[in-house]
Write a protein of this length. Sequence first.
Length: 375
Amino acid sequence: MAESYIGRWFRDVRNIFINELNLVRHDSGVLLIFLFAGLVYPVLYNCIYGRGIVEEMPVAVVDHSQGPYSRRYVQKLDATRECQVAYNCLDMQEAQALMAQGKVHGIVSIPRDFDAALVRKEQGVISTYADMSTFLYYKNMTLATNLVMLDEMNSAPVDRYVSVDDHLPYNPNISFTLFFVYMAMFMILQQVMFYGSATLAGTVREEGRSFASLTQNLSGFGMGRVSLGRGAAYFLIFMLLGLYGAVLVPRWFQLPMHASGLDILALLAFFVTDIVFFSFTFSALIDRRETVLVLLLFVTPIAVFLTGFTWPQANFPAVWKALSYVFPSSFGCRAYMVLSQTGSLSSIAPELRAMTLQIMVYFALATLSLKRKEV
């Protein structure tokens, strides 16, 4: 009797799995979301950002001090890979005019008392201005001026400054790609999964149907089979998309990758399962197909912010830190970035534990949401 029930249980899951794949296959809008966004966006982001660095960015220098220390600072700034001192200006008005014309993307202003302050062993202040039309210009301006400052500190007497070690084992080029593209690969999976499944859920409910009605044709009871059967269909689709975006695309673009394919596969198994049941839980709130477009514009910037990409998670206020626990991407994006650079699953153990907890919670909530809609 027990074997017969188990057999029916697995047969029901298989039938729901096939039914969900057919629903996806016959919905052109969902197919467009899955295939276009899942396949094109990973390549598009890498094409846009390329190596993730800008070299020899032209800058203007306004040196009011005209002393040996300021001249040495300007020479070292020009020697950096990030910046090229293209113009030496007499005043800020001339430098601002060059920036307005697009001839430079940054300005370094050295005050008149810069050399005098260093001679008195006081702090010297340098002002920098960056073209914010792209973050890379700001990064170059800040990085180059700080590297020169650190080099000056290392060359100063040890009784005045502490020596600084600027060895960066995981991102020696300070590439923006490693900060953004790795995050984007997993964020794409989450957003595509949610918006695709939510679009399909909205269509089903607009037509007066419910996923809970699947149980009417099932032998025995249990909404868990509906969640597992539907989840298996999306797990298959997004494991393939995940391997494409997290393994193949980085190799095509020769991104630094220290993790093995098996380690990335293990991380994907956790993350994809998490985003599937996360999507089922919140797509239960979608009653119309058009609602998904509104959520796309509202939720995506919040989810990106909560990954810690633009602001360190350690500095989040309590309310934002609590909200970050809602999204699988808060843990998945960070785990992928860390794993890709360290190559060790043990280094992402906290993220794997967090995603395991999310999987259990969202599976229960997704199943309860089906039970609530059952009539």
